[in-house]
Design a binder for this molecule. Sequence first.
Ligand code: 2YH
Length: 259
Amino acid sequence: MALLTPEDLDSLSSKFEDSESIIERVTGSKLTDICKDIYGKDLGSEKVGIIPITAGNGIISNFSSSLLFIIQRLGLEGFITQHTDVAGYHEAISEGADILLMADDHLFIAHNLKDEKVVTNHEATGTIYSEIASRFKDADSSEILVIGLGRVGYAGAKHLAEKGFNVYACDPNRSFLEKAAHELGIKEYCKEDRKKFSMVFEATPNANTINEGMIAERCLVSTPGIPCGLPEEVGKKFRVDLVMEPLFIGVTSMIYAVI
Ligand code: 2YH
């Protein structure tokens, strides 16, 4: 997954509100209700400590404040540590955090200190975006297309296969496809089959991964990918419903998964 930029996190609140209303319209459920269903639990009064991490490319200026905004929108108490890295970790524990959130360039985790559970952003993101795609009210079959079988795509494909969907997938990396076919029983998407999907879960860091041959009119594309894999003109021509947002949806899923 690409590293977020401060621009990706601009106007997070309005991006989230747009996505919330699309999710509700296309699935009939609110994001938090979908999370309650998937993980079988509801939020309590957990206190969340957010630790800025300087490793690698360093601090993203509005990353921690965006996480705090999300935590507060979920109705939980949150705080950003004054210190970064190990000193921040120590501070978060001293301040009584139940859950820690921290990310470097490779991994973004939520750690529940009460029961030692750790959830990664890529697993929680794959799970929630694939679940949203699979709940499309106007789907014409149980066939669903997964584009990209990296960490996020694989997690979503696994979730869908476990739910009993008929999962097709594509990825330029043949070993990823073979692994998913072997471990999850998913089928390779071949354009020669001329299949068109009404449910699409896209999880790549590339643009233009979705083409007219793959999608049905008025389909749902659910994607955490930045940039968006759906070309704007294809989205308009096929009147596609698009669920895409840079942080809120994945972090909401992480918090429900880790409590
Ligand atoms: O955006 C990222 C990576 N893409 C995480 C990959 C997880 N799927 N990391 C954010 C880095 C934040 C920075 N270290 C900070 O401000 O604390």
